[in-house]
Design a protein around this ligand. Structure first.
Ligand SMILES: Cc1ncc(COP(=O)(O)O)c(C=O)c1O
Length: 291
């Protein structure tokens, strides 16, 4: 049984319990982070902590811990939970809610004791050959709210969209907001349009993905032309490459969109280049060369 952290205690998973009056349970009143771990090292911890702070600020909830405390808890859980499967890739999941109030009431309680939870999970090693097979996607109307930059635990819109993709035989949805591509149900979206790597600009329509930012940074360092700009569903349909990015799936080529092949139906040359650069970046982290 894996050990988790809950409100100051390290416990076996089956002993970690919260009240039914927790506002996370009643209202999805909370935020979360998912941080990938390679060779025992957390990828882009600083950036994840900054995004956590931004999400907490957006929902007007105080950060219950310092960045050093967050890191200490993560490192203890990583030591307490060695991988049982192949490889040593993991991810840290953490969640903060507005805690338990005496009564169910939409307004904030007078006194807040945040509920703080963290667990680590194994992540199957990502194999380039498997990634190269790619996935299929469908475009769907983005039915979510106007604060998609907040990493909220309220994921019902994302869940329904992902399930609609699955029901249509696709792995993921590409969301369209007033004609513009925003992101996936649980990923950011990149497209190669006229040989330029394009992704939607930051704003309240999408989550500022840590993997997205890393890809843009790596593109700049490796002379891959890119633009952060609005692009339409029509443009997406003409793209020569489409990718999803996320902390757990890394960079996944989309080979079929709305039942039609993307270009020749295979992963493209810019993806081939970027995935190697990304793997090299992970290797540096494993060896302790970078943080
Ligand atoms: C809606 C959404 N967009 C984008 C992402 C990618 O973010 P990151 O690269 O930080 O994992 C996620 C990750 O879960 C997500 O849920």
């Amino acid at each position: 049984m894996s050990n988790v952290y809950l409100n100051g205690e390290y416990l076996p998973l089956d002993q970690a319990k919260i009240s039914v009056l927790d506002r996370g349970f009643l209202f999805a009143d909370g935020v979360y982070e998912v941080i990938p771990v390679y060779g025992g090292r957390l990828l882009r911890m600083r950036e994840h902590m900054q995004r956590l702070q931004n999400s907490l600020d957006a929902i007007r909830l105080e950060n219950p811990l310092t960045n050093t405390q967050w890191l200490e808890i993560a490192e203890k859980l990583l030591l307490d939970n060695p991988n049982s499967g192949p490889g040593d890739d993991k991810y840290v999941y953490l969640q903060v809610t507005r805690g338990v109030a005496a009564k169910r009431n939409h307004g904030f309680p007078d006194e807040v004791n945040q509920t703080v939870f963290m667990m680590v999970n194994e992540m199957a090693p990502v194999n380039k050959e498997e990634l190269r097979q790619g996935v299929s996607a469908i475009t769907l109307d983005d039915i979510r709210w106007k604060a998609c930059h907040v990493k909220s635990i309220s994921l019902l819109g994302n869940i329904l969209l992902r399930q609609q993709a699955h029901d249509n035989g696709a792995a993921e949805a590409i969301l369209i907001n007033e004609g513009l591509v925003t992101e996936g149900a649980a990923s950011n979206v990149f497209a190669v349009i006229d040989d330029v790597l394009v992704t939607a600009p930051m704003g309240n329509r999408l989550l500022p993905g840590i993997t997205r930012d890393l890809i843009l940074e790596l593109a700049a360092e490796n002379n891959i032309n890119y633009e952060e700009r609005d692009f339409t569903e029509q443009e997406l349909l003409t793209a020569s490459e489409i990718w999803f990015s996320s902390s757990t799936k890394e960079i996944l080529p989309v080979v079929e969109l709305n039942g039609k092949p993307v270009a020749n139906g295979q992963s493209g040359p810019i993806w081939e280049k970027m995935i190697d650069i990304y793997q090299a970046c992970k290797a540096k982290l494993r060896s302790g060369e970078t943080s």
